[in-house]
Ligand binder design. Structure first.
Ligand code: G6P
Length: 372
């Protein structure tokens, strides 16, 4: 078993370290010699893909947070209205789905019953379904019209890590591919994003190589009763994923909020000593978002929060208001989740480890939930 874990103490730790490879493998072989993005597996008629007027992303758990990141990217690049819904909510609300709807079902295992039932329902309504899946030949891809495989390799730890980054990567590819097909983006722009993506594995590696400080913080915080996470734009799903990892592994109350929502409620939770992890938006992303989150950090700090900030290298704007700042390499704003997620995984792993919990097999959870 020690060998299977690649010398790490747990599968989860190994899988966190597999992430540069998971992203690189998912990106492999996606461009032809002329510089076009190719998704060979996506065997849905191009005319159908061109006529899609709505995308619905369906998933559960961590995969649903990958779906939320996908929404930002797909709408930005393709200008196709995109919704994200939890699979188990979808078919119970009489959703508007038809032949012009493209459903993207994201599932690491390909066996999640809630997502499978949603896929069946969507196809009955005439929608085309693309699965983003990490498990070859599993049920969801078999029952979908097409599949885009993530190549993260088998994920053993119950809490998802490398599959999440691979799902986000695959969703970016799908978004860029649709943009290319529909002529929303010129080839050069797509090639530029592909180049940025190609740099991500080395940047993840740099975070992994420099993880001692975030590990130490996780260990130090083993007695925290609750941890809040704030993010905005693509940092919002990252915040929710960071909170989910803590719930799953460390069994403490953790919640992710959209930073803009703070003033509408969550700020009431802030009291002396409350740890708050803030995923800082890229300083070169949407204007003013970054400044708004810096002022959120100030506000919560003034109310006694212990602020832990994940920021981009060179962005020292929150240092004056933060107990702890962790830096990730520079990337385009939309791609940042592939980096900012990693310190949050390491934090949750260290915190749960310090509590002595089994990080690979958390209580009450299953790797794949095959009942509705
Ligand atoms: C379970 C796992 C989660 C996972 C979710 C969705 O709840 O514990 O880690 O995110 O299922 O699984 P899927 O295989 O569909 O991505």
């Amino acid at each position: 078993a020690a060998a299977e874990k690649g010398g790490f103490d747990s599968f989860m730790e190994k899988e966190i370290h597999d992430q540069p490879d998971a992203v690189a493998q998912t990106l492999l072989g996606r461009s032809d010699t002329a510089g076009n993005l190719v998704l060979d597996e996506l065997r849905i008629d191009e005319s159908i893909l061109r006529s899609v007027d709505k995308i619905v992303v369906l998933a559960c758990g961590t995969s649903a947070y990958a779906g939320q990141v996908a929404k930002y990217a797909i709408e930005h690049w393709c200008r196709i209205p995109t919704e994200v819904e939890l699979s188990h909510e979808f078919r119970y609300r009489d959703p508007i789905v038809n032949e012009k709807t493209l459903v993207v079902a994201i599932s690491q295992s390909g066996e999640t019953m809630d997502t499978l039932m949603a896929v069946r329902y969507a196809r009955e309504q005439g929608a085309k379904v693309v699965a983003i899946c990490n498990t070859n030949g599993s049920t969801i891809p078999r029952e979908s019209d097409a599949v885009l495989y993530t190549h993260a390799g088998p994920e053993i730890a119950v809490a998802s890590t490398k599959a999440f980054l691979a799902q986000i990567t695959a969703a970016y590819l799908l978004g860029l591919y649709l943009a290319q097909l529909r002529g929303n983006k010129y080839r050069d722009e797509i090639a530029a994003v592909m180049d940025d993506l190609a740099e991500i594995p080395a940047k993840i590696q740099a975070i992994l190589d420099d993880a001692e400080k975030i590990k130490a913080l996780g260990t130090d915080m083993a007695n925290a009763k609750s941890v809040l996470f704030l993010g905005r734009h693509v940092g919002f799903p990252v915040a929710m994923e960071g909170a989910l990892k803590l719930k799953e592994l460390a069994y403490i109350h953790a919640e992710g909020f959209a930073a803009g929502e703070l003033k509408h409620g969550p700020i009431a939770l802030i009291e002396e000593g409350q740890p708050v992890v803030v995923v800082m938006p890229s300083p070169h992303g949407r204007d003013s978002l970054h400044a708004k989150v810096v002022s959120n950090v100030q506000e919560i700090r003034a109310r006694g929060a212990v602020t832990i900030v994940i920021a981009e290298e060179g962005d020292t704007s929150a240092e004056a208001y933060s107990e702890h700042v962790f830096y990730v390499p520079v990337s385009p704003a939309l791609l940042a989740p592939l980096l900012t997620t990693v310190p949050l995984q390491i934090f949750a792993l260290a915190l749960a480890g310090a509590k002595g919990y089994d990080v690979d097999q958390p209580r009450n959870l299953a790797k794949s939930v095959t009942v509705e």
